[in-house]
Design a protein around this ligand. Structure first.
Ligand SMILES: [Zn+2]
Length: 336
């Protein structure tokens, strides 16, 4: 594809900024949040990230070397996705262009993350996790109400086991369960990351116990709700069912439940991302002249955003110069 060093950097005030990726030639490595698909640059130095993200990187045994001085033309805005998740807002002095980059974001207030902050910008660079208009998530309140009813019904008959991503989603599940009056039992890995969240001000009430040993007075005498890593759900459910001689009801809670069968007894479409229409709401509020789509599905997302009236093109096709050249690039990209 003939890509040169620096092609995938955002250049502002003469400095190349990498956006959740490891790129050669980057002067600043921005990490929007502590999910593994966003932290490739975490060992590179000159890291720009929130204090929460820096601490949570400790879960992967990474102690990031942060940028020595914070630039006064950069601001980090809350992204609403998980604890410490941020957008990058950067103002270029010469051109007067304000850029905002989202990483993963969410418009609805989640149980753990701060509500998203929105600022107007000339160019919005937006994550493409849910690029198609068919993706529409339900209100979180509705999903949580359904979870409450289902969990309490199943607890009368057996054990409830959620398979979940250990960083972010598991803590949100703990918080939601706590709201139902339930203290869930979690694996040591999820407990470790949850304790980090508590050290950052979250108030998560959970137990860390072996779930797959025979019950005794000291262990888990009653039916309980467990949370394990998603990849270990099937195996854990079988072991727990055998140890307790009880039925284990399995559950997943992810936005992908709208797209795929998760193989669990029930799947709740609880997402920490904006769906397509929430992305449109976000862009309407940011009110950019141009939208650059970012990530795996950037072509599809740009095409679909163009259909609803945005000047949108994939970030990978974008050659940064001035707004006038972005206009020209957008017209040529659109003809494709
Ligand atoms: Zn994420």
């Amino acid at each position: 594809m003939g890509s040169r060093a620096g092609d995938h950097l955002l250049n502002v005030n003469g400095l190349g900024i990498s956006l959740d990726r490891r790129e050669s030639g980057a002067s600043i490595n921005f990490i929007s949040h502590a999910h593994t698909d966003h932290i490739a640059s975490a060992r590179s130095g000159n890291i720009l990230a929130s204090d929460e993200t820096s601490l949570l990187l400790g879960a992967y045994k990474i102690k990031p070397k942060k940028l020595e001085e914070r630039k006064d033309w950069i601001r980090l805005l809350d992204a609403g996705h998980m604890l410490g998740s941020k957008q990058l807002f950067a103002s270029d002095y010469d051109s007067g262009i304000d850029y905002v980059y989202t990483g993963d974001f969410q418009m609805q207030k989640s149980a753990i993350a701060k509500q998203i902050q929105i600022r107007k910008a000339d160019v919005a660079i937006i994550d493409s996790t849910y690029p198609r208009p068919e993706f529409r998530f339900d209100d979180r309140e509705e999903v949580e109400a359904a979870m409450d009813i289902w969990i309490k019904q199943k607890l009368k008959r057996g054990i409830v086991l959620f398979g979940s991503y250990p960083m972010g989603k598991s803590q949100e599940l703990i918080s939601i369960m706590n709201g139902f009056g339930i203290t869930p039992v979690v694996t040591p890995r999820i407990a470790e990351i949850s304790a980090m969240h508590n050290s950052l001000g979250a108030r998560l009430d959970f137990l860390s116990r072996s779930m797959d040993i025979e019950r005794t007075e000291e262990t888990l005498a009653e039916n309980f709700v467990g949370i394990v890593e998603a990849g270990k759900l099937r195996e854990a459910a079988a072991a727990i069912s055998a140890a307790h001689s009880k039925r284990v009801y399995t559950a997943s809670a992810t936005g992908f439940a709208k797209l795929y069968r998760m193989g669990t007894d029930v799947q709740f479409p609880l997402s920490d991302h904006a769906d397509f229409w929430q992305s449109v709401d976000y862009l309407n509020a940011v009110s950019p002249s141009f939208v650059l789509t970012y990530g795996g599905a950037q072509e599809a997302f740009a095409a679909n955003l163009a259909k609803v009236g945005f000047k949108a093109m994939p970030f990978s096709e974008f050659r940064q110069d001035s707004l006038k050249t972005i206009e020209a690039q957008w017209h040529s990209a659109r003809r494709l």
